[in-house]
Design a protein around this ligand. Structure first.
Ligand code: NAD
Ligand code: UDP
Length: 337
């Protein structure tokens, strides 16, 4: 089976490509390298011991995509390509809608043209907005508080409409909670541009000495210690969820919407403590104002993923921190070599 992985050079994509190749899938990576380094591909090649087919192109370009679909008989697409910085999406909404929404529309059009109608889409727990209760089930009300979240909601709706118009389509919408961690080798991992927006890379860069201290955004939430609680999930567990979905996609008779989380919530201070233990480094922090748009608590009910994908996360918080630390300490400047 030949799988096109859009955004396959990125953080989650590169980990998924490793598992796909190890499982015997033929993979074509499609990426415009707007937020990835070619070095990540070389590292994946070293891990799997094989050359990877990579096509440099943009999902918004019909020509770029047509070249791929006419050169390779693609059976299914795992669609990671997209922009993902919440703050940036508020400043540049049109760029986000163009890249994430228009890009997905063009991708589906070209897929349809080449009669490839199976897609797994990267959605996000952000589509639940500020949930009225936790754990979060897939049928909770949806809302978005920023253009990034809205772009995910829009693509979910677009894909459901595509199915209504043509129910040969096989569609899986995976709503990720908070991906962290790295491949065991420590040679691939998350390599944010500039100041990290997310907690885990910020903690890791502080532990390795690149940042002076972590700002903890608020300690007066209604949580175990006042700091925000999230469902951190190891990126390799997350990647495995895509393989389980791919394995079963033919059997799904309607679009499937599935949470990928662990079901456990950890506070910011609990993450700091776990990281200090894993790295044997101090992570200095200071309490700062709440970040605009943040919610107190967010964690998944992952039971539907267990039921329909036979998938559950197996890696705990210690392993998430140990693997992040291995990647960060071996690559203090990310993929810059
Ligand atoms: P990433 O930025 O590391 O990977 C995205 C990849 O897509 C990059 O390699 C980038 O170069 C590529 N890309 C972006 N726009 C493109 C375009 N127009 N054409 C071709 N390639 C393009 O991000 P990630 O963390 O691996 O996230 C993958 C997907 O999962 C994204 O859609 C993201 O929104 C979603 N997601 C991520 C998280 C998270 O916290 N990391 C959480 C929920 C959902
Ligand atoms: N956070 C923090 N300092 C940072 C980055 C994040 O205190 O530098 C907190 C944030 O307020 C939230 C948690 O860490 O409670 C996870 O934030 P992240 O941006 O990683 O994920 P999201 O909020 O998008 O789920």
């Amino acid at each position: 089976m030949k799988v096109l992985v859009t955004g396959g050079a990125g953080y989650i994509g590169s980990h998924t490509v490793v598992l796909l190749i190890d499982a015997g899938y033929e993979v074509v990576v499609f990426d415009n390298f707007s937020n990835a380094s070619k070095e990540s591909i070389r590292r994946v090649e070293a891990i799997v011991g094989k050359e990877i087919v990579v096509v440099e192109g943009d999902i918004r370009s019909r020509e770029d995509l047509a070249k791929v679909f006419s050169s390779y008989k693609i059976d299914a697409v795992i669609h990671f390509a997209g922009l993902k910085a919440v703050g940036e999406s508020v400043e540049q909404p049109l760029r986000y809608y163009d890249n994430n929404v228009n890009g997905s529309v063009v991708l589906c059009e070209v897929m349809s043209e080449y009669n490839c109608k199976s897609i797994i889409f990267s959605s996000s727990a952000t589509v639940y907005g500020d949930p009225h209760t936790t754990p979060i089930l897939e049928n909770f009300p949806l809302s978005a508080t920023n253009p990034y979240g809205r772009s995910k909601l829009m693509v979910e709706e677009i894909l459901r409409d595509v199915y209504v118009s043509d129910n040969e389509w096989k569609i899986v919408l995976l709503r990720y909670f908070n991906p962290v961690g790295a491949h065991k080798s420590g040679s691939i991992g998350e390599d944010p541009n500039g100041l990290p927006n997310n907690l885990m890379p910020f903690i890791a860069q502080t532990a390795v000495g690149k940042r002076e201290y972590l700002s903890v955004f608020g300690n007066n939430y209604d949580t175990v210690d006042g700091t925000g609680v999230r469902d951190y999930i190891h990126v390799v567990d997350l990647a495995q969820g895509h393989l389980n979905a791919l394995d079963r996609i033919r059997n799904f008779n309607e679009p499937m919407t599935i949470n990928l989380g662990t079901g456990n919530g950890y506070s910011v201070l609990e993450m700091v403590e776990a990281f200090e233990k894993a790295s044997a480094k101090k992570v200095p922090y200071t309490i700062a104002e709440r970040r605009v748009g943040d919610i107190a608590t967010c964690f998944a009910d992952p039971s539907y993923a267990k039921e329909v994908l036979d998938w559950e996360a197996t890696r705990g918080i210690d392993e998430m921190c140990e693997d992040t630390w291995r990647w960060q300490s071996q690559n203090p400047n990310g993929y810059i070599i």
